[in-house]
Design a protein around this ligand. Structure first.
Ligand code: IPM
Ligand code: MG
Length: 360
């Protein structure tokens, strides 16, 4: 197979973890006799520095031409005070929207060898295996009107949480489809005791669920969900939620996996004109400027994002599994980065990438 991939390393530790993810990608595709064509593009803070824009038009063109896109992370502290359109994050939101990747899949697993890495009690965490399906191209992240206006004590800031029935339907279908290949349970998260937006969300989810009688559906309010993720994480299989709730809950759920550095993600959408599925793959963690450039960052979230790409964008299940098995083997040896609190000396980003390759 010929894999035509766009790589957007982005900012901070994005470049380091992407380097290891590519090392693993090259290794596994060599081994299984596929050829890979990589193109590199600019996104986020580095794109602002080089072109003045966090999401240059050239990057959109490259993303449209590629079969799949691998992203590192975006965000640099020097832009903390910049207006929204001049912030690196705008690049990330821009590419998600431009690619139309409406469903962000964030699997959260508690690996046996990492139980001690979580601050939570082992018996509580053990057996956790869920996937958060976060709506990614709608809701309050994109809704209008938005902005800050007025002056003095009358200064007003507005954001709008908006969803259409169609937007809720398509991501709900994705969640139910995934549940069929798992434990057949969908938990929809909303705030329907307060928000009209959530009332529509719940209504549409109930309607779509009728098409999947073999899948169990329950509903949970987002505040209670935040608590249940820690009290009883095993109750969750597929967690379906809107954009901002999903953003918040997935960082919380990362505690179950031992470190946010462990979490991969796959963002999937359908290219309108051709009906082809498109995918954007990125670790859930951010650019972590405090440890950038030190060869300390955990590359496993990025490496598992490559595994997700192989599976979802290219249908290469065996190859994806080979990466997953190698990652588990590396975890079992305890040669992991500092975020996972190894008992011995922490491994470097590069050493972890090399160890995964050696295990494939
Ligand atoms: C994430 C990140 C992004 C988001 C930021 C960097 C814009 O937190 O992917 O979870 O909020 O979606
Ligand atoms: Mg986030």
């Amino acid at each position: 197979m010929n894999l035509n991939i766009l790589v957007l390393p982005g900012d901070g530790i994005g470049t380091e973890v992407t380097r290891e993810a590519i090392r693993v990608l090259r290794h596994v595709t060599d081994k299984y006799h596929h050829s890979v064509k990589l193109t590199e593009g600019l996104l986020g803070g580095i794109a602002i520095h080089k072109t003045g824009s966090p999401f240059p038009p050239a990057t959109v063109e490259l993303a449209v031409k590629a079969d799949a896109t691998l992203l590192g992370a975006v965000g640099l502290p020097e832009f903390d005070e910049a207006p929204p359109e001049k912030r690196p994050e705008r690049g990330l939101l821009g590419i998600r929207k431009a690619m139309g990747v409406f469903a962000n899949l964030r699997p959260v697993r508690a690996y046996k060898s990492l139980l001690d890495s979580s601050p939570l009690k082992n018996d509580l965490v053990e057996g956790t295996d869920m996937i958060i399906v976060r709506e990614l191209t709608g809701g309050i992240y994109y809704g209008t009107p938005r902005g800050i206006s007025g002056q003095g004590p009358d200064t007003r800031a507005v954001n709008t949480m908006t969803y259409t029935r169609a937007e809720i339907e398509r991501v709900t279908h994705m969640a139910f489809h995934l549940a069929r290949g798992r434990k057949k349970k969908v938990t929809s998260v909303d705030k329907s005791n307060v928000l009209e937006n959530s009332q529509l969300w719940r209504q549409v989810v109930v309607e779509v669920a009728r098409e999947y009688p073999d899948v169990t559906l329950d509903h949970i309010l987002v505040d209670n969900c935040a608590m249940q993720l820690i009290l009883n994480p095993k109750r969750f299989d597929v967690v379906l939620t809107e954009n901002m709730f999903g953003d918040i809950l997935s960082d919380e759920a990362a505690v179950l996996a031992g470190s946010i550095g462990m979490l991969p993600s796959a963002s999937i959408g359908e290219r309108k004109s051709s009906g082809v599925w498109v995918g954007l793959y990125e670790p859930v963690h951010g650019s972590a400027p405090d440890i950038a450039g030190q060869n300390k960052a955990n590359p496993l979230g990025a490496i598992m994002s490559v595994a997700a790409m192989l599976e979802y964008s290219f249908g290469l299940k065996k190859e994806a599994e080979a990466v997953g098995v190698a990652v588990e083997a590396v975890l079992a040896t305890g040669r992991v980065t500092a975020d996972l609190h190894p008992t011995g000396a922490p491994a470097t980003t590069e050493q972890v990438g090399e160890a995964v390759c050696a295990g494939i």
